[in-house]
Each structure stands twice: as C-alpha cells, then as structure tokens.
Design a protein around this ligand. Structure first.
Ligand SMILES: Cc1ncc(COP(=O)(O)O)c(C=O)c1O
Length: 423
C-alpha cells in the first residue's frame, strides 16, 4: 500500500520529510487507504486530537448502540435481555473480536473489569503456576499501576517480592527464582516497545511466565501473542480500542494454560454454572473462569462499537500509516526545533503508535498547544506525548501539529497555518 505519490517526480518521502509542504500532505491524505475509517468517529470541529492513546474518540456507532442498549434492551427488555440481547455472552464475544487485534484465538480473550484488576488476576494466577519461585520481575519506571498491583499481590504471598530493573537489565535478571516477567509492551511515556517474542523466550528459558500489558499497543501496533508464545496479557479498552471513558479492559490467557490457571479473584460469573448457585467454586471452562462478577453491560456495548470499527481493517496498513505519521512528525519537529529531544525510538520496530519529546517547560508548551486546538499530553517531568491513531489522524493533522509545536516551543513556526475549524 502506498501513501506517497505513485511514479513520476520524486515523492516528498524521497525528498525528505522535513521539506514536506501542506499541499503535499493533503495529497497523501487523499490517497490514504485507511482514512475512510475517520468517518466512523464523531470528532469535534476545531481540534486536532493526538490523544487517542489516552482516551480514544467517540465512534459514531457507539451513540446509536448506547441508545439501543439503554432504551430498548434495558428499558424494555429488562432482565430478559441477559439472554435475549446477548448480555451474558458479551465478555467472550467482545473478547473474541479483540483477539484478532492482538494475535490471539477468540477463545483466549475476554473483556472484564479494569486493566488494574485484570493485572491482579493474571499475576495471582501466574504466581500460583510457579510455586516456590519468589520473584516478579518488571521494568523500572513503567506505568505505575502495574508495579502497584504487583506489590499488592506479593504482600499476600510471604517471601515473594517484586524486582524492578531497567529495560536493558531485564534478560540478565531472569533467573530460577523468577515466577513472572511482567512488562508493558509499549512504554506509556517514551513509546519504546519491547520485543515480545524475544523476552517471552528468555522468560521461558528461565522457567518463568510472562504477563504483558498491551494498553498502549492493542489496536495500533501489530501484536502477536500466540506467535510470541506469550502466556498472559491485559489491556485497556478506552485507548486505541475507543471503548469510551472507563471502558472495561481485556485479558488473555494462552490456551495451553487455561486448564490449570486459576483466578485469585474468583467469583460467581467465573463459575462453571453460575445459575446453579453452588456453595463451592468450580471454575468455568477456559478463559471464562477469569470473569468475576456481573459484566458491565453498558461499558461493554460502547467498547464493542469501538472494536467493531476495526472489522475487516488491515492492521498492517494501520501500522504502516502510523510509521509514516511518526516520520512526518519527527522530521518536521526535528528540522524546526532540533533542541527538542525525541525520546521515542526512531526504529519503527522498537516503538508504539505515539511520539514523545523531552522539552523544557513541557507543561506550559502543552497548555499552549491545547489552546491552539492541538490536544496531546504532558507527562511529568518534561515529556510532550502525542498519540498517533491512524484510523482518524490526518497527515495534515500531524503537519499542522508539528507547526504548532515549533511555534510553541520557540522556533517561530508558522503561526498562521492552523486550518482547524470546520473539518
Ligand atoms: C500501561 C497502562 N496500564 C494500565 C493503565 C490503566 O489501567 P486502569 O484502566 O486499570 O486504570 C494505563 C492507563 O493509562 C496504562 O497506560
């Protein structure tokens, strides 16, 4: 799939991204095969939204779906909707759709609870599968909830501890004490991506299991849980999956582990026969045993609308566009503001779908950008973070955002070029 101009004169890519003009990027947008999906989102006028890695925008279908699930299924169907509207199957049904996006089988993924709660379930299950091992190995400076949950789990297990090391020291820190390697696939701040297959193989060589947090990869980066041999995973529903604020999360348990893995948070919905109302817990078959309580039907309905946007979408094309958006942003900012330090790896194979710069006065710069309608994130102490969501982000968006950043960060970028309103 080509985003550049086919044949003839040298393309802007060939000339070098730093020289690209607004006319060039508008041409790319016209030829972008992913762009038609932008129409699936209700994006507000006057805003360039580069924060879909924090909270995905509203899928148009979610509005209609919410009206249906609230008005008809709840309002009219009442309790009958648990069966008649497929509420009970929603965690497995939506999980099965997410499975395609993360390289897993439909029977290996469910939607439930929050990412933090699912981390607890995965870590508890993984530790129980490695009795006698006393170490949960994780990366220092990773997203805090992963570490917090791990520390909470090990408090319940005397002798077990969390060890956090720098990314470069992970492999050498795997040893015969390690029960679990817990990692965020893509780093929330820098956007650096771990090599899932290599680290999973290293963990397995040490006899440990892996738990991957896919919050910043699912729906944007090519993820191959099965191909990597990953054991367990979790991820957010409200970021690149566009499930809405506080959307339920997903979890993955490799098929080969499902029979022996047990949730430490077992509840009646994870029972083999919830409506048998048995006093004794008997886990459901497969990954369903990792359900705990009543499914969050409204949240699941919105998430399903978000995930359905991906139906039939070529994820390779999505990722290829992400790489081009990154290249454009990096070179435009690099040319105008060489003093901004790019903290995201340039190598596409080593990063997620975001770009981050270290910048003096980053909080102030981001406030200025948001004032101009360019919405990204500030991450303390000094990082500007921009999510690149190929489903709806225009090359023009990135070009204009880079121009605005050049201006805000002090290079005197072109102030007049903010053609935001009315798109
Ligand atoms: C890597 C990662 N894990 C987990 C979470 C959040 O988990 P929860 O949905 O439980 O708040 C985030 C939120 O930004 C995140 O970036």
């Amino acid at each position: 799939m080509a985003f550049g101009v086919a044949g003839g004169a040298p393309t802007p890519h060939q000339r070098g991204m730093a020289d690209v003009t607004l006319a060039d990027v508008r041409e790319w947008d016209k030829r972008d095969v992913v762009l038609p999906l932008r129409g699936a989102f209700a994006l507000p006028d006057g805003v360039i939204y580069l924060d879909g890695n924090s909270l995905g925008p509203l899928p148009r279908a979610a509005l209609a779906r919410m009206e249906e699930v609230v008005g008809r299924e709840w309002g009219v169907g009442l309790i009958r909707s648990w069966d008649e509207a497929g509420w009970m199957e929603a965690p497995a049904r939506v999980g099965g759709k997410i499975a395609r996006l993360v390289g897993a089988g439909a029977d290996e993924v469910i939607v439930a609870d929050s990412t933090s709660v699912n981390l607890f379930k995965m870590l508890g299950a993984a530790l129980a599968l490695r009795p006698g091992r006393v170490k949960v190995l994780t990366e220092d400076g990773s997203f805090p909830t992963d570490r917090h949950v791990a520390e909470g789990v090990v408090r319940l297990l005397p002798g077990v501890r969390v060890v956090a090391v720098a990314a470069e020291a992970l492999v050498e820190s795997l040893d015969d004490e390690t029960a679990v390697l817990l990692l965020c696939h893509v780093h929330f701040r820098s956007g650096a991506r771990h090599d899932m297959a290599a680290l999973t193989a290293a963990a397995h060589r040490a006899g440990a299991l892996t738990v991957w947090d896919l919050s910043h990869s699912a729906g944007a980066v090519l993820v191959d849980l099965n191909g990597s041999g990953a054991d367990m995973a979790v991820g957010c529903g409200y970021k690149f999956l566009n499930g809405g604020p506080g959307a339920p999360a997903f979890l993955y348990v490799a098929r080969g582990l499902q029979a022996e893995a047990r949730s430490p948070l077992q509840g009646w919905i994870g029972h083999a026969a919830p409506f048998g109302f048995s006093d004794l817990f008997e886990p459901a078959e497969g990954v369903l045993r990792f359900l705990t309580g009543t499914p969050a039907v409204l949240g699941l309905a919105a998430l399903e609308a978000g995930v359905d946007v991906f139906a039939g979408v070529d994820l390779g094309a999505v990722w290829e566009k992400s790489a081009r958006l990154f290249k454009l942003f990096a070179s435009r900012v690099g040319a105008g503001c060489p003093w901004l330090e790019l903290v995201t790896p340039r190598d596409a194979g080593m990063r997620g779908s975001q770009i981050a710069f270290r910048c003096a006065g980053a909080a102030e710069v981001m406030r200025g950008l948001i004032g101009r309608g360019v919405i990204g994130d500030f991450r303390p102490p000094d990082v500007l973070r921009f999510g690149l969501t190929p489903l709806f982000t225009l090359f023009e968006d990135v070009w204009v955002a880079a121009e605005a950043l050049r201006s805000e960060a002090g290079s005197g970028g072109d102030d007049v070029v903010l053609p935001l309103v009315g798109r």
